[in-house]
Design a protein around this ligand. Structure first.
Ligand code: SF4
Ligand code: F3S
Length: 124
């Protein structure tokens, strides 16, 4: 659940981070038993309210873009909000499709800017 006071998601879930941005491999979606992946133009996000923390998706991602939120590297923390916010906006995805690229072409900083821009665009 998203805690508006803390500005973070306070229940356990998995989070998609920067290596997905511009890669969008989509192998992760096929193993999810609750279909809680959502697709943006250049990345996927996980709905933290729907994720049951089964951990099946984490090893499926070839670029290691998925973390449990309690193991999230500090530099990936901006993606908690990006996942939480955009999962309410973007359409559900349940089937693998052609990746955008074999790896993200962006630096961590660039990927965060891209992710945060999606959130900002929704707020306008
Ligand atoms: Fe789906 Fe399980 Fe991954 Fe959560 S941890 S997104 S429920 S596959
Ligand atoms: Fe992204 Fe990895 Fe899934 S690149 S779409 S989190 S398989």
């Amino acid at each position: 659940m998203y805690n508006t006071l803390l500005g973070i998601n306070t229940s356990m879930s998995f989070v998609i981070g920067s290596p997905c941005v511009g890669c969008k491999d989509t192998k992760c979606v096929e193993v999810c038993p609750v279909d809680c992946f959502y697709e943006g133009p250049d990345m996927l996000v996980i709905n933290p309210d729907e994720c049951i923390d089964c951990a099946l998706c984490e090893p499926e991602c070839p670029v290691d873009a998925i973390w449990s939120d309690d193991e999230l590297p500090p530099e990936q923390i901006p993606f908690i909000e990006i996942n939480t916010r955009m999962a309410d906006i973007w359409p559900n995805i349940t089937e693998t499709k052609e990746p955008m690229a074999h790896a993200s072409p962006y630096s961590l900083e660039e990927a965060i800017v891209i992710g945060e821009k999606h959130v900002e665009d929704e707020e306008q």
